[in-house]
Unconditional design. Structure first.
Length: 230
């Protein structure tokens, strides 16, 4: 992938124009490497968080174990994953798997605490109306826990955004490679366009994803808009 230097050490837009196809490829790689672990992590965290909420003896160990997972350095986890998964070192699935671990580590407690924040009288009223445990979870508890879970998703998404960039150090194509390119092109003098472009695109992507999560949470909790309007 050609990301050679342009003419000016500050010509951000000129650099983008000269390398548009390569930069956009890195951008879309960064998008799916950031979003896919959040989707997978949420799918795994929902049943684990529910189990932790239902069984008090599960809560403490589940929160402790998942919390410890987040202390593993990301670069070390990226390098361990090929051995665990049987993949090549440059396979993007290694990054997806590693960031899914981090997402689960963040969201299990969030889901458990979100479900735990549902008032007991609301849950009991749902049971009194004849709802089964599964129906109560789907129709009452999960919708009421959406604001808490969405807040956790926002944190996990932004964290993944920054962690994905580290994967560039082992050769995974994403926006982190722009930082490496900038440092490599600064050997004979500072050359900032790829670095600034990488930062700008990472911030832009983080803002877009954050807005989408907020809008999704609002769509799933229409009663909050009614309450706020009163």
């Amino acid at each position: 992938m050609n990301l050679a230097a342009g003419t000016s050490p500050w010509d951000l837009f000129g650099y983008f124009a000269d390398h548009r196809a390569a930069v956009l490829h890195l951008f879309w790689e960064h998008v799916w490497l950031s979003v896919m672990p959040v989707v997978l992590g949420l799918a795994i965290s929902l049943p684990l968080g529910y189990l932790a909420r239902r069984s008090r003896w599960v809560y403490a160990p589940a929160v402790s174990v998942t919390g410890l997972l987040y202390t593993i350095p990301s670069l070390a986890l990226f390098l361990i994953m090929p051995t665990l998964l049987g993949t090549r070192i440059l396979n993007p699935l290694n990054v997806v798997a590693a960031l899914t671990v981090y997402t689960v580590a963040l969201l299990v407690r969030v889901v458990a605490d979100g479900l735990g924040a549902v008032p007991d009288d609301v849950a009991q009223s749902a049971t009194a109306m004849g709802l089964t445990r599964t129906q109560r979870l789907r129709r009452v508890e999960l919708p009421l826990a959406v604001p808490v879970i969405a807040a956790g998703l926002r944190v996990a998404t932004v964290a993944n955004m920054s962690l994905v960039a580290i994967a560039g150090t082992i050769g995974i194509p994403e926006l982190g490679q722009l930082f490496i390119t900038g440092f490599q092109l600064s050997v004979n003098g500072p050359y900032y366009p790829p670095i600034l472009l990488g930062i700008l695109l990472c911030v832009l992507l983080a803002l877009v994803l954050d807005v989408l999560i907020v809008l999704g949470a609002r769509l799933l909790t229409p009663w909050q808009r009614v309450t706020a309007a009163r």
